[in-house]
Design a protein around this ligand. Structure first.
Ligand SMILES: Cc1ncc(COP(=O)(O)O)c(C=O)c1O
Length: 389
């Protein structure tokens, strides 16, 4: 029996109440129960962490790195991260190691926006962006990206800026679209940000993976944008250690002081031995080779799914294809129905596209396909789909 003093229902903050949680959990549980091939989650099946990283991780614990680390993060790891960035970066004053990009995004928002401020979010986009804006008490202002190549319309972007705009979240290479922002686009965004004094929070967790001779351009590489940018990065995908929770924030020294104060309150740092291990051994990962291998997987996934009749622009970077299924459904079935049907018939799990759009109706004709998988996994998915059709 409930205690007479107990509340009938827990009183939650408005912030927590706005969070819907993942709508996909049920699909994931079903897929696991059926032994499906999971091409849904971004968890890397490829590349694999190097033997050096694994060895250093156990070694670091045995060597006694088991207590609190400096909140800013292990000095060697910060130096390694600074060396991987194109923009000159002082690892002592401009870099902070976080518990993945997930914490980095929340810290960047909490240090930048006040309740009621507006944050521009491009849609379709990674689900966490608008949820984290809400968690910080701010309001997402959505700007559509347009198919087939997922560019913003400059007039629509300019119209979204105003006196209440405090930040814009960019994501290059993009999840789920695979778009890589160009120098021209970033320069255009820099002009708008300067006009309205807006901070750029640039999620660049897929920066290692850019294809077809392109170069990743960071917000920190563009004059005018660099000074007002907070770059969010991660080793989760580049080094295939998503469970180690190693991300980072790169910003000018003054902003970094504020970011570090917020970070001290959110997590005070991520696992010390894993930071030490990554600081010692991350350079053993050949990022250029990983990018070439990922491009080959992009091509493989492209061929496999193009043969099914789906349509998409080739991903310019990242780990995902964002595919139009309307040639298969005649626009008559919703994307969740399509994903369920593929799971039932072929035992292959994709993500329904609607979950990436602020207006889910715009996403009904899309699915997201993760190709950061071993080649055998992609081939097996192909065989299962062929056998089921
Ligand atoms: C665009 C984007 N940002 C951030 C993250 C989270 O990265 P992390 O594992 O470093 O928290 C992901 C993970 O899929 C992502 O796709």
């Amino acid at each position: 029996m409930t205690h007479p003093l107990a509340a009938p229902r827990p009183r939650l903050s408005r912030r927590a109440a706005t969070l819907s949680g993942s709508s996909l959990t049920e699909l994931f549980v079903l897929a696991r129960a059926r032994g499906a091939i999971d091409l849904a989650v971004g968890t890397p099946g490829y590349p694999e962490p190097t033997a050096e990283l694994i060895g250093e991780a156990t070694g670091a614990m045995e060597a006694g790195h088991n207590q609190y680390e400096l909140p800013a993060g292990d000095a060697l790891l910060r130096q390694y991260i600074a060396d991987t960035l194109n923009a000159p970066t002082d690892s002592d004053t401009e870099l902070t190691v976080t518990a993945g990009a997930t914490e980095a995004l929340c810290v960047a928002l909490l240090a930048t926006v006040d309740p009621g401020d507006e944050v521009i979010v491009l849609t379709p986009g990674y689900e966490q962006f608008s949820a984290a804006v809400g968690l910080a008490g701010a309001v997402p202002r959505f700007v559509p990206l347009h198919a087939p190549d997922w560019r913003y319309d400059p007039a629509e972007l300019a119209a979204a800026f105003g006196p209440r705009t405090r930040a814009i979240i960019l994501n290059t290479p993009g999840n789920p679209t695979g778009r890589v922002l160009t120098h021209e686009e970033l320069t255009e965004i820099a002009e708008l940000c300067a006009r309205w004094d807006v901070t750029v929070i640039s999620d660049e967790v897929y920066s290692t993976f850019v294809f077809d001779g392109r170069r990743h351009i960071s917000a920190a590489d563009v004059p005018g944008l660099a000074e007002r940018s907070v770059v969010v990065g991660s080793l989760s995908k580049s080094h295939a250690v998503s469970g180690w929770r190693l991300g980072f924030l790169r910003a000018d020294a003054e902003r970094t002081q504020a970011l570090r104060r917020v970070h001290e309150l959110t997590t005070n740092g991520t696992a010390a031995p894993l930071q030490v291990a990554a600081g010692r051994a991350a350079m053993a990962s050949d990022l250029a080779e990983a990018a070439r291998e990922m491009e080959a997987r992009r091509d493989l996934a492209h061929n496999v799914f193009a043969r099914t009749g789906m349509k998409f622009s080739p991903a310019e970077g990242g780990c995902f294809l964002f595919a139009d299924i309307s040639p298969l459904t005649g626009g008559e079935r919703d994307c969740t129905g399509f994903v369920r049907d593929l799971l039932d018939r072929a035992g292959v799990l994709l993500v329904p596209g609607a979950s990436f759009f602020s207006d889910p109706a715009r996403g009904e004709q899309y699915v997201r396909i993760a190709f950061n998988r071993r080649a055998e996994t992609l081939h097996e998915a192909e065989q299962r789909i062929a056998a089921a059709s």
